[in-house]
Structure formats: structure tokens, C-alpha cells
Design a protein. Structure first.
Ligand SMILES: Nc1ncnc2c1ncn2[C@@H]1O[C@H](COP(=O)(O)OP(=O)(O)OP(=O)(O)O)[C@@H](O)[C@H]1O
Length: 385
């Protein structure tokens, strides 16, 4: 059995399902993001894991043990929210040591471990400060230190960085990754930010309307989305219909393209804008479309070109800034066959239960995860914040 297994979880509020028939297996030491638009059920899923909410249906297993009757403080999990919510009446050091105190750890050991943990989050010397004397980023680092000091079996982060500015956010991402690497803790992070999910995760669990739509590595989600919704959420901008006959794609305007991803029947085709090559002069080869440049936007690291084919198909191509084209200029667009990804036109959506078991078996491509991690057997509890 996997380290953590969510099996057929369903949670309904006032008759409206927030999480529907959700299956997910997680390996020890794995980092998984729950990603999706606002209201899709990410936080509800995390709260079901933490035991703050009870599922209407389904169960959660941690190390093969059902959590159905295990209260939050006995689950061995730590939860960090968007705002760390430190105890205002305790010093920084006392906040970090709080979970240890609850476990009856001696005062000397509490102080030693809290100071060592503060050092790990680069806050040495802050132990006597009050939480009111911390910046937002420092407060989040204390919240992370407070959750890790108890050596949880599972660290649950609910949008922990969304209140921070961009550069602080990136520093905190690096810090969390380093701490996760050092401790081997299994990490579930809720985010609605695609780039954060990519940076932070071994696998991303993408949710829409309470259902898991695709669980995969960031690379696979980026290159091989299961449907148009996933592709669009992952920044896809080029979509067009075609009739597929294995590796041949017949476009509605008459153009034909080759793909390395065979399909049959009506399909949606997508290609990432950075994978389209644009050349000023005609060349010989396959998958070449004559186009006109209708827009050229310089954005510093790239040029965003809008192209129109003879059959009026509009494509976005991101090219190096040195490749300058005049608006109205004729050019050739090359769409490499391996970059043309297709999905059946009718595959959009689908129902949760149909996809659930299939997704649950999409195990991590990491094998058994971080085998160095020894889940601490004394850790009983903590749902902090
Ligand atoms: N305690 C509650 N009572 C009633 N409805 C709730 C409750 N908690 C969540 N919901 C509803 O359940 C759905 C899922 O909410 P949830 O907070 O899990 O979404 P989310 O994906 O985390 O969203 P966000 O990114 O905006 O935080 C939403 O429609 C929300 O309004």
C-alpha cells in the first residue's frame, strides 16, 4: 500500500459537492501540489487529510492505517496556512517549541530543538522576539519551523506563500525545498499558481470542480495534457480542430500536418508557442505553413508573434528577441511533428469516478521516493495554526 492513499473521497457542503470521488496515492518523501482554479476543492481536500473535515464518503490511509476515526492531533500531520497564524502571546522560540511542549519534551530539549530549527529557517537569534515584530516572510518561516520541528509524517501547506511578494516567495520556495530535501518529509502543497506547482512538486494533481483531472509530473502536464482544459490551465494558447488519421492531421482549411502522437478521428491539436519556429525565407521540409506576421510584441526575453496562415488559422509563436519581423511580413512557420500534441475532441471533462481509479494508479515516477526518510514513530500529533 502507498504511504498515503486518498480513496474515493467525497465532501459536500449544503448539497453542493466540493470534492468528488477523489483518489490519490502518494509515496514517502514525495512532493505533490494540489493545483487548480479558485473553488475547485484544493483546501477542502487538504482539510480532509488533516482531519479538520470528515469525508461524506471514502477514506484516507497513512502508512496503511485508516484515519477515519483518528482526530487531527493524532494524525502526525502539520498544517501551515496562508498566514502562519502564530500565537501572539508567545515568543518566536515558544511558538516553534509549542508542539514539543504538547508532547512532554523537556524544556531543555524544547529550547535546543527550537533554536536549531530557527537556524534552519535562517532566523537565528529571533527566539525572544514577539510575532508582532516579524515581517510577513519571517512569520511564514517561523510557521514552517513550528510545523517541521515535530517531525511530522506529512507536511500540509495551504497557499503558504500567496501573501508574500514575488522575490520573497521565490526565496521561501527554495527554503521549503531545501528543508524537504534535508528532512525527507512528505509534502502536500495547495496552490493556484501554476509556476509554483512546477517548482515545488515531483507531481502535480490538477483539480477542476472537485475532481482530479490529471496527476502527473510537471513536464508531462506541460507537454502531454489530457484535454484542452488542462492545456489551457498550463498556459496553452494554440488550439485548433483537425481530423486525425494516425499521424496525419487534416486541418479544416486544407492544410495537412504530421504528428508523432497518433490519434484517430476528430481531435483538438495544441502546440506550445515556444515550439513553433518562424523563418523569414522558404525552406524545404514537412509541417511548414506560410504565414503572415500580424503582431510582434517585444517582452524582453522573447518576442511574442501572432501569425495568420493562408486558411486564417491564428497561431502564437514565441521566438528569441533577435528574430525581428515586421507586421505584415510573410514568413514560414515550422510546427515540429513531436511538438504537435492531440487529444480526442470529445474527451473534455469526463466524470470523476471514471478517472479516479486510473489516476490513483498513476504512481509517482520516483519509485519509492526518498528512502532516507524514517517516519518518526513518536510523532502523534499536530495540526498547527
Ligand atoms: N465550510 C464550508 N461551507 C460551505 N461551503 C464550503 C466550505 N468550505 C468550502 N466550501 C465550498 O467548497 C468549494 C471548494 O472550496 P475550497 O476552499 O476547497 O476551494 P479551493 O480550491 O481551495 O479554492 P481557493 O483557491 O479559492 O482557496 C467552494 O465552492 C467553496 O465555496
Amino acid at each position: 500500500m502507498p504511504y498515503l492513499s486518498l480513496q474515493n473521497l467525497t465532501k459536500t457542503f449544503h448539497g453542493t459537492p466540493a470534492v468528488r470521488e477523489l483518489w490519490l496515492d502518494v509515496n514517502p518523501g514525495e512532493r505533490i501540489s494540489l493545483l487548480g482554479p479558485s473553488g475547485c476543492g484544493k483546501s477542502t481536500t487538504l482539510q480532509l487529510m488533516a482531519g479538520i473535515l470528515q469525508p461524506d464518503q471514502g477514506d484516507i490511509f497513512l502508512e496503511a492505517r485508516s484515519l477515519r476515526r483518528v482526530p487531527p492531533e493524532k494524525r502526525g500531520m502539520a498544517l501551515v496556512l496562508q498566514k502562519g497564524m502564530l500565537f501572539p502571546h508567545l515568543s518566536v522560540g515558544e511558538n516553534v517549541a509549542f508542539g514539543l511542549k504538547m508532547r512532554g519534551v523537556s524544556r531543555v530539549e524544547q529550547a535546543e530543538r527550537a533554536i536549531a530549527m530557527l537556524d534552519q529557517v535562517q532566523l537565528s537569534g529571533f527566539e525572544n522576539r514577539s510575532p508582532s515584530e516579524l515581517s510577513g516572510g519571517q512569520a511564514q518561516r517561523v510557521a514552517v519551523a513550528r510545523s517541521l520541528v515535530i517531525q511530522p509524517k506529512l507536511l500540509l501547506l495551504d497557499e503558504p506563500l500567496s501573501a508574500l511578494d514575488a522575490s520573497l516567495r521565490s526565496d521561501m520556495q527554495e527554503l521549503i525545498l531545501r528543508l524537504q530535501d534535508e528532512t525527507g518529509v512528505t509534502l502536500i502543497i495547495v496552490t493556484h499558481d501554476q509556476s509554483e506547482a512546477i517548482v515545488m512538486s515531483h507531481r502535480v494533481a490538477l483539480m477542476f470542480d472537485g475532481c482530479l483531472r490529471q496527476v502527473d509530473t510537471p513536464e508531462a502536464l506541460y507537454q502531454h495534457p489530457v484535454d484542452e482544459t488542462v492545456a489551457r490551465f498550463f498556459g496553452g494558447v494554440n488550439f485548433f480542430p483537425a481530423e486525425a488519421q494516425q499521424r496525419q492531421l487534416q486541418l479544416s482549411g486544407g492544410d495537412r500536418l504530421s504528428t508523432e502522437h497518433p490519434q484517430q478521428g476528430p481531435v483538438q491539436v495544441t502546440i506550445r508557442p515556444e515550439q513553433i519556429h518562424v523563418m523569414p525565407d522558404p525552406i524545404c521540409g514537412i509541417n511548414l505553413l506560410p504565414v503572415t506576421v500580424t503582431q510582434n510584441r517585444f517582452i524582453g526575453t522573447q518576442r511574442h508573434l501572432t501569425l495568420k496562415t493562408v486558411a486564417n488559422l491564428e497561431l502564437q509563436a514565441w521566438v528569441p528577441p533577435s528574430q525581428n519581423f515586421a507586421v505584415g511580413q510573410a514568413a514560414i512557420a515550422h510546427l515540429p511533428p513531436d511538438a504537435l500534441w492531440t487529444f480526442p475532441a470529445q474527451a473534455e471533462g469526463g466524470d470523476c469516478s471514471e478517472q479516479g481509479r486510473q489516476l490513483a494508479s498513476t504512481r509517482s515516477r520516483l519509485g519509492n521516493g526518498n528512502s532516507n526518510h524514517q517516519a518518526p514513530d513518536q510523532v502523534e500529533a499536530q495540526s498547527l495554526s
